[in-house]
Design a protein around this ligand. Structure first.
Ligand code: TYD
Length: 208
């Protein structure tokens, strides 16, 4: 299926504020009359939300990196088939909080280098990149404090600590260079409204 809509993703380390930015952008675009689907990963479809619980809850060492990669990819395939592709085919703007770049980082880098495996599986089972990716870049310690401040059960990754946050931040910036055609890096170390203004500017340009 080749859609005519626009596929936007937000990426960043835990606590970067990307989820709030995704919500604010969705509201802004709806106010301007766009048909918007706001979704997230892992999740975004009934089956993928079930897989979300398997990967985000429980012990940090509950899954090997390889098993985890298969679970995230299964969730993404379901999300793509049932939510993303139909919306794009209908000409909608899809805003997704995390997508394959998060797998390239978290499963690809956090425990050894599995990036080749991640890319191979992506080519086989997903085969689609966003039209535009907004990386909300954030100081790792600030991000971690914010993420820890949110009480909840989804803390498998937050449990990995500051070292992981630092590695992920550097990894995301490198990824933005690698895919410079679709990535835009936004300084997230500012108040939410200033960040949101930059986000809106970039997206409105892409929509033109
Ligand atoms: P998310 O719900 O975006 O949490 P936050 O709002 O705190 O950023 O993502 C939950 C966790 O899932 C996050 O720590 C990163 C991880 N994740 C992966 O490891 N691989 C993936 O492919 C995706 C989409 C997320």
């Amino acid at each position: 299926m080749t859609g005519t809509g626009l596929f936007l993703t937000f990426e960043g380390i835990d606590g970067s504020g990307k989820s709030s930015q995704a919500r604010m952008l969705a509201e802004r675009l709806r106010d301007l009359g766009h048909d918007v689907v706001l979704t997230r990963e892992p999740g975004g479809s009934a089956g993928a939300e079930e897989i979300r619980r398997l990967v985000l809850e429980g012990d940090p060492d509950r899954w090997s990196a390889e098993t985890e990669l298969l679970l995230f990819t299964a969730a993404r395939r379901d999300h793509l088939e049932r939510t993303i592709e139909p919306a794009l085919a209908a000409g909608k703007v899809v805003i997704c909080d995390r997508f394959a770049d998060s797998t390239r980082m978290y499963q690809g880098l956090s425990r050894g280098n599995l990036r080749d495996l991640v890319d191979q599986l992506h080519t086989l089972m997903i085969g689609r990149e966003p039209d535009l990716t907004l990386l909300i870049d954030m100081d790792p310690q600030t991000g971690l404090s914010r993420a820890k401040g949110r009480q909840g059960t989804e803390e498998r990754f937050e449990d990995f600590g500051i070292d992981l946050q630092q590695k992920m931040r550097a990894g995301f910036l490198a990824l933005a260079d690698e895919f410079s055609n679709r990535f835009r890096v936004i300084d997230g170390n500012r108040d939410m409204d200033s960040v949101a203004l930059d986000v809106t500017d970039i997206v409105l340009q892409a929509l033109r």
